[in-house]
Design a protein around this ligand. Structure first.
Ligand SMILES: [Zn+2]
Length: 279
């Protein structure tokens, strides 16, 4: 690598001969110690740069506990033991999912006469790869923004321990007959749940905040006051005993309750609700 942004990518040795390096130019390389530069292909060539930003992760310092519930309507719902609650709307993520699926169905209408390996088939395959990689990039971006917002909120609450449900049955109200249609949606939401966790893990670690998984069985369905279970399909979890709470805050608080008290117990009413969305 040179000062002027010129990069020589070593091609290694093939058949005992050292291959000529590939030369690339990059105008805005990140500041810091560059560890690795890879040349990748994803509908066009690009460079993937791995570097040290020089920022050491902060050490863990005991603070407050936070429960997180991941969902469809709100990508993230959170509740801190200080009584503050957070909702980050998933509208953007949802519309990206929808757009992606819509485009995929359009492309998949490849006529039946379209033979595998044929020119037309290749054309459809290319288009499919394009849609997938583009929408994946957009989704990644949206999830990065979402998790960043959460981490900032968490810092403002002096959070030190974050509890998140183990992902299992994501779509809690899946009905059998709708299953086929939803399979694709399920797949993608599992994908984004996994990504959210992955991003959270390293973003929180940077600030010395711990992330732990909690068995989330029934946390969304159980009333913390009378322990009765019910499935919710509306925005509010309302129990016959009179308990009522926004469904995602309800979920996040029950997860926190389970982590801290090993049980789902009635806990503070949120003192403040922060509502965020990503642009
Ligand atoms: Zn109840």
């Amino acid at each position: 690598m040179y000062e002027n942004g010129k990069i020589e990518l070593s091609m290694g040795i093939h058949n005992g001969k050292r291959e000529k390096p590939i030369i690339a130019y990059a105008s805005n390389l990140p500041q810091g110690m560059i560890k690795e530069i890879e040349c990748c292909y994803d509908n066009g060539w690009y460079l993937a740069v791995t570097y040290e930003d020089g920022q050491e992760a902060k050490a863990y310092q005991p603070g407050r506990s936070v429960g997180v519930d991941l969902g469809e309507i709100h990508t993230m719902g959170a509740f801190c033991e200080n009584g503050q609650a957070l909702l980050i709307t998933g509208r953007k993520v949802r519309s990206l999912h929808r757009l992606r699926n819509k485009k995929l169905t359009e492309i998949q209408r490849c006529p039946s006469k379209c033979q595998k390996g044929s020119r037309q088939w290749k054309k459809y395959e290319r288009a499919k790869r394009y849609v997938l990689s583009k929408s994946e990039r957009q989704l990644r971006d949206a999830l990065h923004k979402t998790t960043k917002q959460f981490v900032d909120w968490c810092l403002a609450q002096s959070g030190s321990d974050v509890y998140i449900g183990k992902v299992e049955g994501v779509q809690r109200n899946t009905r059998k007959k709708k299953r086929a249609n939803r399979k694709q949606a399920q797949k993608i939401s599992n994908w984004s749940f996994g990504k959210v966790k992955q991003y959270l893990a390293y973003k929180l670690a940077q600030h010395g905040i711990r992330l732990k998984e909690v068995e989330e069985a029934y946390t969304s369905q159980t009333c913390p006051v009378c322990q009765k279970r019910r499935k919710v399909s509306t925005r509010t979890f309302a129990c016959s005993c009179g308990y009522e709470e926004h469904r995602d805050i309800h979920g996040a608080r029950n997860i926190l309750s389970k982590a801290v008290h090993q049980n789902i117990i009635p806990w503070k009413v949120p003192t403040k609700l922060t509502y965020l969305r990503i642009a």
